[in-house]
Design a protein around this ligand. Structure first.
Ligand code: HEM
Ligand code: HEM
Length: 177
């Protein structure tokens, strides 16, 4: 869609997706990295079920969000930015979407082939049969995506702050609008 048709701020649902999912994703990263330090037991089991539940919801939300953004487009970037900056921002945002899909997708599949996923207490049917070796391989992707996402997010937040306080343009405001 032509950028002039989509306004100068991110539309309401794009903003709801962004700010609704951001704390969930950051919380999921923190929870994931904390797992290692939690001894095996019922507490870890419940936190794991929570991680899988929120992660599975995030997988569905990411697909819905991508469909929404594909259908409604992006506002044109704040004026006065050189082409390389606009391209870098687009690439970074595409990377964030890839990381979100990769994170939730690899976690879901890894669990599907090992211990399964419970959704609000109900065990989802496991497709493809049990395959712990494949589950383990997918878990290494899960970890890889986690670091990829952490790196990209650091750049993303620094870029937002740079736009707000150094360049002083409307980039952050149009996502907060
Ligand atoms: C955006 C979504 C997600 C994020 C950000 C996320 C993040 C993480 C992180 C950071 C870890 C620790 C990795 C490490 O050991 O270095 C982890 C572990 C794990 N995640 Fe996720 N995850 C997500 C979705 C999911 C989903 C959808 C599932 C399954 C349905 C899942 C299942 C697991 C499992 C089984 C572990 C291993 C826990 C252990 O140490 O035993 N994750 N996750
Ligand atoms: C917590 C601090 C965060 C801040 C300050 C922030 C800020 C922003 C801003 C200002 C934009 C708009 C950029 C533009 O208009 O060109 C944006 C877009 C975006 N953010 Fe964030 N963000 C944060 C967290 C996250 C998280 C956790 C994710 C997901 C992993 C994320 C994913 C995205 C994506 C994919 C876009 C592109 C939206 C589009 O399709 O146009 N952000 N963010």
């Amino acid at each position: 869609m032509n950028a002039t048709h989509v306004g100068t701020v991110h539309n309401r649902l794009t903003r709801v997706f962004h700010w609704g999912m951001a704390p969930l994703i950051v919380g999921m990263l923190a929870l994931g990295f904390l797992f290692e330090g939690i001894p095996k037991g019922p507490v870890k089991g419940s936190l794991m079920d929570l991680h899988k539940l929120i992660g599975t919801l995030l997988l569905v939300l990411t697909v819905a969000r991508l469909a929404w953004v594909a259908a409604t487009g992006h506002p044109a970037s704040a004026p006065g930015q050189p082409a390389w900056q606009r391209l870098t921002a687009r690439a970074a945002h595409a990377g964030l979407y890839v990381a979100m899909l990769g994170m939730a997708g690899s976690g879901f599949l890894a669990s599907n082939f090992s211990r399964g996923v419970k959704f609000f207490g109900i065990a989802l049917p496991q497709f493809g049969g049990l395959d712990p070796a494949l589950g383990k391989t997918l878990m290494t992707f899960h970890m890889g995506f986690a670091w990829f996402l952490v790196g990209l997010l650091a750049v993303h937040v620094l870029a937002a702050l740079w736009h707000q306080y150094v360049r002083r343009d409307a980039t952050l405001e149009r996502m907060l609008a």
